[in-house]
Write a protein that binds this ligand. Structure first.
Ligand SMILES: Nc1ncnc2c1ncn2[C@@H]1O[C@H](COP(=O)(O)OP(=O)(O)OP(=O)(O)O)[C@@H](O)[C@H]1O
Length: 454
C-alpha cells in the first residue's frame, strides 16, 4: 500500500525502526566506555586486577585450602571499613576453589547472602534455602511462610547434605541482621544464625564440610555476639584496612581499559582517588566516581572525560547520599524539614534563607493539617539543629534592623524542590502536598506577617 506522498506504510515503519536503531548504535559508538562492566560493583574481577591485599589473599587461601583436601575449613570473620575488598577477596578465592574442586570431581558450593535488607532470622534462613536450591538446581521445597524456621533450616541442611561435598556460606554485612527483637535482652538474629550454622556443622547435622565466612564493617562485632555463638563460631580473623589515595589510583589504573584509549584526561584517576580517599579510602567510592564521570560525559555527548565530570560526579554522589539519609528521618523531623523547604518554594519574595519563626509556623500548620502531634518550638529547633549536623541546612543569624533583634535563618543545602519531593516519599507528606494552593497561601501569609508585621 502506498500513501499520497508515495511512501508505502511498510517503508515508513522500517525507516522509523532504522532511525531508532541508528540512534541506539550512535550512542554506543560515541560512548567513552569500551567495557563498562569492569566498573560494575558486582563484577568479580580477574585476579590480575586485584591490587595489593596479599596478606588477606594468603590468609583466605590458607583457610580454604583444606576444602580441596577433604577437610572442613575454619569459620572466618572478614572485617574492615566498607569498600576495602572483603567481598572481592572471599569471592575471588571461592571462584578458584570451585574450579579446582570441579576438576577433582568434588561438589563445592558457595552460598552467598547479603544481610543488609533481611528483616528477620526466619527470612535469612529462607534466603539461604533459596540460594542453596538455586545452586543445586532443585526446588526450595519449603514455602516462605506457613512453616517454622526450624523446618526451613532442616530443608537447608538437607539440600547441602544431598548435593554438596563441601560448602562455604558467606554472610555479607552480618552485623545488619538484627531481626525483630521483641525485648532488648533477646539475642540478635545474627547471633542465633551463626550459632545454628556453626553447631549444625560441628554436630554433623550436615554431611560434608561446611564453614561460614561472615563479613562486617564493625570491628567490635565479636563483642556483640552471644557467648555460645561466639564459642561455636570461633572464627579466624582477616583484617582489611583503608586504602590510601595511591593504592586507589593503582586500583583504578588497572581498570582503565573500561574506557576507550585516549578518552581519559590525565587528572581523572588521581582526582577520583583523592575524593574517595577523603572519606576513608573506599575503593567502591573511587570506582563509582570513575564510572559516573564517564556516564556524565556520555550524557552530555562529550568525547573525553574531564576533571569537571569527576567533580560533578562527586556532587551528584553527595546529593544522592544526603537524600537517602533524609528518607530515614523520623516523621517529626521530616515535617520540620519539609516545613522549612516549602518556604523558599512558595514564597513570592524569592526567599532563600528561611527565618525560624516562619518555618515553625508553617510546621504548626502542617501538623494540624496532618493530624499529628505539634511539638514545641524548642523541639523544632532541636530537629533543625540535627538537620544542620547532617548538612541538610546551614544556619545564619541575622539582624532585622533596629529594634527588631536578631533572628536565625535556615538555608537548604540542596535544591528545596528536590528536598520536598524526597520527603514526600512519606505518604503523609504526599497527602499534604495535594493541597498545594493552601500551603502556598499559608507560607505567604506567614512571610508577610513576619516582614511587614501584618
Ligand atoms: N584491592 C583491590 N583491588 C581491586 N579492586 C578492589 C580492591 N578492593 C576493592 N576493590 C573493588 O572495590 C569495590 C568494593 O569492594 P568490596 O565489595 O570487596 O568491598 P567490601 O569491603 O566487601 O565492602 P562492604 O563492606 O561495603 O561490602 C569492588 O568493586 C571491588 O572489586
Amino acid at each position: 500500500m502506498t500513501d499520497r506522498d508515495g511512501v508505502s506504510e511498510d517503508d515508513g515503519q522500517s525507516s522509523l525502526s532504522q532511525s531508532i536503531k541508528g540512534r541506539l548504535q550512535e550512542g554506543a559508538k560515541n560512548s567513552v566506555f569500551r567495557e563498562k562492566a569492569l566498573l560494575d560493583p558486582d563484577t568479580v574481577i580477574d585476579e590480575d586486577r586485584i591490587v595489593g591485599r596479599d596478606q588477606q589473599l594468603d590468609d583466605v587461601i590458607t583457610y580454604l585450602r583444606p576444602t580441596l583436601q577433604g577437610n572442613r575449613p575454619p569459620n572466618m570473620l572478614l572485617y574492615g571499613p566498607s569498600g576495602t575488598g572483603k567481598s572481592l577477596i572471599i569471592n575471588a578465592v571461592c571462584e578458584q576453589v570451585a574450579e579446582l574442586a570441579e576438576s577433582q570431581g568434588s561438589r563445592f558450593g558457595v552460598i552467598n547472602i547479603n544481610c543488609q535488607t533481611i528483616k528477620s532470622h526466619d527470612r535469612a534462613v529462607y534466603r539461604l534455602v533459596e540460594r542453596a536450591a538455586t545452586q543445586a538446581e532443585v526446588d526450595p521445597g519449603v514455602p516462605q511462610s506457613g512453616v517454622s524456621t526450624d523446618q526451613k533450616l532442616g530443608r537447608f541442611y538437607d539440600i547441602l547434605s544431598e548435593h554438596f561435598d563441601s560448602v562455604i556460606i558467606i554472610l555479607d554485612e552480618i552485623d545488619l541482621l538484627i531481626g525483630r527483637q521483641r525485648d532488648p535482652n533477646e539475642e540478635p538474629a545474627y547471633s542465633k544464625l551463626l550459632y545454628q550454622l556453626s553447631r549444625a556443622s560441628q554436630l554433623g547435622r550436615i554431611d560434608g564440610d561446611v564453614s561460614v565466612a561472615a563479613l562486617t564493617n564493625d570491628p567490635r562485632f565479636m563483642e556483640e555476639l552471644d557467648g555460645r555463638a561466639e564459642s561455636s563460631f570461633n572464627p579466624q580473623d582477616v583484617v582489611f584496612s583503608d586504602y590510601d589515595a595511591n593504592q586507589l589510583q593503582v586500583i583504578l589504573a588497572r581498570r582503565k581499559d573500561a574506557y576507550h584509549d585516549e578518552v581519559l584526561e590525565d587528572g581523572i584517576i588521581p582526582l577520583s582517588s583523592a575524593f574517595a580517599a577523603q572519606d576513608h579510602g573506599d575503593a567502591r567510592k573511587a570506582i563509582d566516581l570513575f564510572r559516573k564521570a564517564g556516564e556524565i560525559a556520555d550524557r552530555r555527548g562529550d568525547n573525553e572525560v574531564a576533571e569537571e565530570h569527576v567533580r560533578d560526579a562527586q556532587t551528584e554522589a553527595e546529593r544522592d547520599r544526603t537524600l537517602a539519609q533524609m528518607k530515614g528521618l523520623s516523621s517529626q523531623k521530616k515535617i520540620s524539614l519539609y516545613a522549612t523547604a516549602v518556604v523558599p518554594i512558595y514564597s513570592r519574595r524569592n526567599l532563600t534563607a528561611v527565618p525560624t519563626t516562619i518555618a515553625y509556623r508553617v510546621y504548626q500548620y502542617l501538623t494540624e493539617m496532618l493530624g499529628v502531634d505539634e511539638k514545641s518550638r524548642d523541639s523544632y529547633l532541636r530537629y533543625m539543629s540535627e538537620a544542620e549536623t547532617y548538612n541538610f541546612v546551614t544556619t545564619e543569624k541575622r539582624g532585622r534592623g533596629y529594634g527588631n533583634g536578631v533572628h536565625k535563618e535556615y538555608t537548604l543545602v540542596d535544591d528545596p524542590e528536590v528536598v520536598a519531593e524526597t520527603l514526600q516519599a512519606d505518604v503523609r507528606l504526599k497527602e499534604a502536598m495535594e493541597d498545594e494552593d493552601l500551603i502556598q497561601s499559608v507560607v505567604n501569609a506567614q512571610v508577610t506577617e513576619f516582614f511587614e508585621g501584618k
